[in-house]
Design a binder for this molecule. Structure first.
Ligand code: C2G
Length: 138
């Protein structure tokens, strides 16, 4: 069984996340997602809308995801790759080159990001609509 791992915050799940997870899963047979804890998000200077438990619940419902583990630190990836017997490490190419040191342990693949969507943009759009009292159609 070819095992793949990827990491992220996966807040306000959107098509960019799904595209990444879908492509990561097609690379192997089993996809592990290292989901950033709320505390690690603070280290990444990110504040997610949903808590770790809520983001985990949503992610586990995605057909491409086989297992979700917590991501607490930048450094845990090598240990995760060994402990989970991972064959391929995958990230979006906004991280291109950042994890090449893991090539000693497994294949490292950077996949093109999906243009035009991000959690940051979604949050900004929601703020604008709230400020201008635009009602979303039911
Ligand atoms: N992504 C994408 N296209 C987008 C947005 C995100 O392909 N439009 C990918 C990112 O490249 C990443 C994954 O979706 O591989 C998750 O993105 P985030 O939740 O933003 O994760 P990030 O903050 O990049 O955390 O240790 C690694 C970090 O935890 C990665």
């Amino acid at each position: 069984m070819k095992k793949v791992i990827t990491y992220g915050t996966y807040d306000l799940l959107h098509r960019g996340h799904i595209n990444l997870l879908k492509r990561a899963k097609t690379i192997g047979d089993y996809l592990v997602v290292g989901l950033s804890s709320d505390e690690f998000n603070a280290v990444k200077h990110k504040k997610s809308f949903y808590s770790y438990e809520e983001r985990k619940l949503v992610l586990e419902a995605v057909r491409y995801v086989d297992e979700v583990i917590p991501e607490h630190t930048w450094e845990q990836k090598a240990r995760d790759i060994v402990d989970h017997d991972i064959d391929v490490f995958v990230m979006g190419d906004d991280w291109s080159g950042k994890f090449d040191h893991l090539k000693e342990l497994c294949e490292v693949v950077y996949l093109p990001r999906t243009d035009g969507v991000s959690t940051t943009q979604i949050k900004a759009s929601l703020r604008v609509s709230e400020d201008s009292n635009i009602e979303f159609s039911e």
